[in-house]
Design a protein around this ligand. Structure first.
Ligand code: MN
Length: 465
């Protein structure tokens, strides 16, 4: 947790931005796995609740009455029955004091607060809920059916929070650096463990343990697979095989809930073969290219398409693509290879604030998303960069057999893709490289004091055995 002053000043700023009404920020509740007292662990607090109220306990709600300038932390003190099982925990009063909140109230009082607000026709600002229990709570409190809640969520509140959370403060950047150093340990361990015969799950399990042992957790379920062409390939019980590539996309989340998100692709044999090296070098060049062009004022949309053009140029050189580069990219032909966007915002959430919809986070009035074109519709961020933004830089090239078959059958982008040659890559898998970019005053830098090896020579030297 940060100092009391951090939370006080964040709430002060939020009140200024939202201007009037009453803000209700729901914290998360525990989530049962197979029976109520056997919950999914670790508990994950809602990020916006954490950002303004700092407390990492279940069953809390933060209320900010802007018109009456009154802040209340709502929740029930735990009973002696709970103390027997879980030990003594801080009182509601102490938790409120730690984050500079003057008032506390038991959960039942939230009903009164909401009823009074509705009777007085005051605006109750809430965020779009993503958990079913909170949807029921909002239904009970405000009478809005879960189907209507996303549309009824407060745009002024969403916009204010996006404005504040998009720009990371110095103390937040320190936390992101901490997450990066845990991520470094996870990734370098995975690279060292990568060899024929070990299962994907064996490695992924160790990565979870590294994060846990450092008081952290993984920032999302680890993607670790020799089927890198499957975007969210969960680790399986399959053994890694000689000649394949292991794609590992994993990150840590610190005890204060700031994330890292990196991807490395490692040759199981210890050395890249010629074909792998060709594709890897293109991804590497795209990854490094971003570092030279991302800076305040530049649209991430343009960075993404700059990478798409560079990738297309290089794929033409090795005969997988053809035709005019600009025409190919305009037609979306590059999305045969890079099916996703170049990156996303990152902070307390690995896809920062994705619960508000990416259109509200990564785009604005100036830069609108393209929801029609395959590939481009997965770009989660497009707007102009600002100092303090954190965005992932994650180009990738994949060979997805089903996608190759589908486009070939339809003749889709046949003027730009050499399907005969592509056919021979169906056993390739995929390559992605990912690092987290902090936008600085006049440029950008990668987060993390130590770079996880990624230049092919460095990778081979690092895993040499
Ligand atoms: Mn990512």
């Amino acid at each position: 947790m940060f100092s009391k002053e951090t939370y006080v000043s964040r709430r002060t700023e939020l009140k200024k931005l939202v201007k009037s009404g009453i803000i209700v920020l729901f914290g998360n509740n525990g989530s049962p796995a197979n029976f109520p007292s056997n919950g999914y662990h670790p508990f994950r607090q809602d990020s916006s609740f954490l950002y303004y109220f700092g407390q990492n306990r279940d069953g809390l709600v933060g209320v900010i009455d802007i018109d009456n300038n009154k802040e209340t932390l709502i929740g029930d003190d735990i009973s002696i029955d709970d103390i027997v099982w879980y030990g003594t925990v801080e009182t509601m009063h102490d938790m409120a004091a730690q984050v500079g909140v003057a008032h506390t109230a038991p959960m039942k009082e939230l009903t009164t607060i909401c009823l009074d607000a509705l009777r007085q026709k005051r605006t109750v600002h809430f965020l779009p809920p993503y958990r079913s229990d909170i949807k029921i709570q909002i239904f009970d409190l405000l009478g809005i059916h879960p189907n209507q809640q996303k549309d009824s969520a407060s745009m002024p509140l969403i916009q204010a929070i996006v404005k504040m959370r998009s720009t990371k403060s110095a103390e937040e950047i320190e936390e992101l650096e901490r997450a990066a150093s845990i991520g470094y340990k996870m990734h370098t361990t995975a690279m060292k463990m990568c060899r024929p015969g070990i299962t994907e799950k064996q490695i992924a399990g160790v990565l979870d343990g590294i994060a846990n042992g450092l008081g952290a957790m993984v920032s999302f379920p680890t993607i670790l697979s020799q089927h890198g062409e499957c975007m969210h390939g969960s680790p399986s019980m399959d053994k890694l095989q000689e000649g394949r590539l292991m794609l590992c996309d994993a990150g840590a989340e610190t005890i204060n809930n700031y994330c890292s998100d990196n991807t490395r692709t490692t040759p199981v044999s210890g050395k890249f073969d010629q074909r792998q090296l060709e594709i890897y070098s293109i991804v590497e060049e795209c990854h490094d290219y971003v570092l030279t062009i991302a800076k305040p004022g530049v649209k991430w949309w343009d960075v993404h398409f700059g990478v798409c053009r560079l990738m297309t140029e290089r794929l033409k050189e090795i005969g997988l693509m053809m035709g005019d580069t600009d025409d190919a990219v305009a037609a979306g032909a590059h999305a045969m290879f890079m099916v996703h966007g170049l990156g996303h915002m990152m902070g307390m959430d690995v896809h920062d604030m994705e619960n508000f919809d990416q259109i509200n986070v990564g785009f604005d009035d100036e830069v609108r998303p393209n929801l029609e074109q395959f590939g481009t519709n997965c770009l989660r961020m497009g707007r102009r960069l600002q100092e303090g933004f954190v965005v992932t830089d994650e180009p990738g090239i994949y060979f997805i057999p089903a996608l190759i078959d589908e486009w070939r059958a339809k003749g889709h982008c046949k003027d730009f893709i050499n399907f005969d040659k592509l056919e021979t890559y169906k056993d390739f898998g995929g390559i992605r490289l990912e690092d987290d970019l902090l936008i600085t005053k006049d440029g950008c830098r990668f987060i993390g004091k130590e770079r996880i090896p990624y230049h092919p020579k460095d990778v081979e030297a690092f895993i040499a055995r």
